[in-house]
Design a protein around this ligand. Structure first.
Ligand code: URA
Length: 182
């Protein structure tokens, strides 16, 4: 574990622990308030994120920003990161070996931020953080508390692009987070 953000970011920039380093343009480290009470965890960078080096800047990210706005949450107030820091080709899910090595960097980010609440965006984040036994359809919208952190699983923002009902759920879940974080 690295004690400073600078050391951690340098380590990820030089990382070649899985095959994803070969095809990345940029690492996507994470963005936002490093002292946030609430952290959002996605899956992995898409094409836009790989190009810009920032999480959730593509279509799904824009929709997430709109949902944030709708409930009065500011993107810069929270910390946003992903399970994997390099883009999986063709937007496939991260493979087990990729997630297993990369999640240590995310754990280091969690250690540095010390959030009270972690919002898990979609199935990949849920299963990698809380365990394979969880399914997003049943887990979403309900608090799960572990080791003094409250987890709120919800839909991945990309799922909202395809399903209006999920947008309503997502907003509901964000409101639960806001209500908890007083
Ligand atoms: N999807 C993710 O899971 N993360 C991003 O950063 C962008 C899209």
């Amino acid at each position: 574990m690295f004690e400073t953000w600078e050391e951690l970011e340098e380590a990820i920039k030089g990382c070649n622990k899985c095959k994803l380093y070969k095809t990345r343009q940029n690492i996507v480290f994470g963005v936002g308030n490093r002292n946030a009470d609430t952290m959002f965890i996605g899956e992995g960078p898409g094409a836009d994120e790989d190009r810009q080096g920032e999480p959730f800047v593509g279509r799904a990210g824009k929709l997430m920003n709109m949902a944030f706005q709708a409930v009065g949450l500011k993107r810069e107030e929270v910390y946003i990161a992903n399970i994997v820091k390099c883009r999986p080709p063709s937007n496939r899910n991260p493979e087990e070996d990729e997630a297993t090595v990369c999640i240590n960097y995310l754990r280091n980010q969690v250690m540095l931020v010390k959030p009270k609440i972690i919002v898990l965006l979609g199935s990949v984040a849920l299963k990698n953080i809380l365990g394979k036994e969880y399914g997003i359809t049943t887990a979403r919208g309900k608090w799960i508390e572990k080791k003094e952190i409250k987890y709120m699983p919800t839909w991945h923002p990309a799922a909202l692009l395809r399903d209006e009902v999920k947008k309503i759920d997502f907003i509901k879940d964000l409101k639960l987070v806001l209500k908890e974080n007083v």
